[in-house]
Design a protein around this ligand. Structure first.
Ligand code: ADP
Ligand code: MG
Ligand code: MG
Length: 252
């Protein structure tokens, strides 16, 4: 069973007036098969955590460690992390002009699997995954995220998740901007992947509504650049009622 171990992680970004520390000692262990909800107010550093784990160059790790089955993730390039089984669904997915969804997915699958998927099987796999997410097949020929609606972008992220079968999936606000139907479809996709028991999921969210569809094993409150409380699914109910106010006093 794969295990991701984040220990005392400190991360800074380059701001106008010099480096600014955003993550201030994050500790978290995620095992394959587990679902962890990371919940916190806007600006608390949730996306910074997600990007740092995926290896975004804008974020500088100034302390701590991230190990995947004992291997130093922080030493790996973005591609190596993906190949090792770390997947990030971004809060704001980016356009890839001139690259079709179909080519993008095949290139990603080839990189992660270490060999090109057999074309016939691959076409079938993509078709089935798209149908499950109620995506129009014509979508495969569009350029990645170009002119996609918010809901289409998020479905495309989950399509990647279903096809790439990572060990650790970091889903950054996959629920934001979705209407009720899209939220259900996207959640069902996440649950399908989860039900394999082969993915450890970090479900980053600001709102509790996605947790009606996806029951987390653990809930962590994220404030001021670190985890300030951890509990079971019942902690989300408390947050639903009380919000984050009690956690951000003294500054997030
Ligand atoms: P969240 O995802 O929880 O809303 P973020 O990780 O996006 O939080 O941001 C955390 C904090 O870091 C915010 O105050 C944000 O303005 C700041 N921040 C993130 N990226 C940068 C950057 N490149 N330059 C300066 N500040 C940044
Ligand atoms: Mg935010
Ligand atoms: Mg964010």
């Amino acid at each position: 069973m794969a295990t991701l171990e984040i220990r005392d992680l400190h991360v800074s970004v380059e701001a106008e007036n010099g480096p600014r520390e955003i993550l201030k000692g994050v500790d978290l262990t995620v095992k394959q098969g587990e679902t962890h909800a990371i919940m916190g107010p806007n600006g608390s550093g949730k996306s910074t955590l997600a990007y740092s784990l995926a290896g975004h160059p804008k974020y500088t790790v100034t302390g701590g460690s991230v190990l995947l089955d004992g291997e130093d993730v922080l030493e790996m390039s973005v591609d190596e992390r993906a190949k090792a089984g770390v997947f990030l669904a971004m809060q704001y997915p980016v356009e890839v002009p001139g690259v079709s969804v179909s080519n993008f997915l095949r290139t990603a699958a080839t990189a992660v699997r270490g060999e090109a998927p057999k074309l016939r099987l691959w076409v079938k796999e993509v078709k089935e995954a798209m149908a499950a997410l109620q995506m129009d097949p014509a979508f495969a020929e569009r350029n990645v995220n170009e002119g996609f609606s918010g809901g289409e972008k998020k479905r495309h992220e989950i399509l990647q998740l279903e096809l790439l079968k990572p060990k650790i999936a970091i889903l950054d606000e996959t629920d934001s901007g979705l209407d009720v139907d899209a939220l259900r479809i996207v959640s069902e996709g996440i649950n399908r992947v989860r039900s394999t028991g082969e993915v450890g999921t970090l479900l980053v969210t600001h709102y509790t509504r996605i947790l009606r569809y996806i029951k987390p094993d653990y809930v962590h409150v994220f404030a001021g650049g670190r985890i300030v409380e951890s509990g079971g699914a019942e902690l989300a109910d408390k947050l639903e009622e009380e919000g984050y106010e009690s956690y951000v006093k003294g500054g997030a």
